[in-house]
Design a protein around this ligand. Structure first.
Ligand SMILES: [Zn+2]
Length: 220
């Protein structure tokens, strides 16, 4: 086990599609969850914390059907699912939105549309057939690109799926089923954007509507 290497991977290789695999390779079974992974983060993610996923693309959330796409949850066994911790300040949540609203002029319009959430404890209680925890949650800070001069967002977390390796009977199916369980937990109850912290995202959504984020690089 080499948690220094986990810290480095989480900080530097956060866009790497094999990040979840690499973390499992170095520190299997979520062993690093008890240590702080993010420089200057408030510490490991406690079971009582709620994790919020921001839904920004029209592909993520369809208000007419009220359905949330499964697609972002495929990141669970790639780069990890990017979430905000309930202990995050309003500034941190707005900062995270800023990092996520960038788009190309011809791509679908992004704004904070809704949020979905789950308790860390519930995510950690998803077990595989061998009764092992299937998802690790790390305090992964996010470097800013939109406001590059500011400190990283320290109250962000990454959720990583521990992939059942090819070779196990039906591994692919089992991995999908586990990811689906996480999806169901996160989407069991979701919030309209106006219901989150007294219209916290109103200003940023107005900026988005004015086109302020067009041509900014996407973070996640
Ligand atoms: Zn580690």
């Amino acid at each position: 086990m080499d948690c220094e290497e986990c810290r480095r991977l989480l900080a530097e290789e956060y866009l790497d599609e094999s990040l979840a695999k690499k973390l499992e390779g170095i520190c299997p079974n979520c062993q690093c969850e008890v240590y702080s992974m993010g420089f200057n983060s408030p510490g490991p993610v406690a079971n009582e914390e709620t994790l919020f996923r921001l839904l920004v693309s029209p592909r993520d959330y369809d208000p007419t059907t009220d359905l949330i796409s499964k697609q972002p949850f495929e990141k669970l066994f790639a780069t990890g699912l990017s979430v905000m911790r309930s202990i995050g300040s309003n500034d941190d949540f707005v900062g995270m939105a800023e990092e996520n609203l960038g788009s190309k002029p011809d791509s679908p319009f992004r704004r904070v549309r809704a949020l979905c959430s789950a308790l860390a404890k519930e995510i950690r209680s998803i077990k595989d057939a061998s009764d092992h925890q299937s998802f690790c949650i790390y305090d992964q800070i996010v470097p800013r690109r939109y406001k590059a001069g500011l400190d990283p967002i320290s109250t962000h977390a990454g959720v990583f799926q521990r992939e059942i390796k090819a070779g196990v009977d039906g591994a692919k199916r089992l991995n999908k089923d586990l990811a689906l369980e996480a999806y169901k937990l996160f989407t069991k109850q979701h919030l309209g954007v106006e219901d989150f912290r007294d219209h916290l995202f109103s200003d940023i959504n107005e900026k988005a509507a004015r086109g302020d984020f067009i041509n900014n690089e996407q973070a996640t």
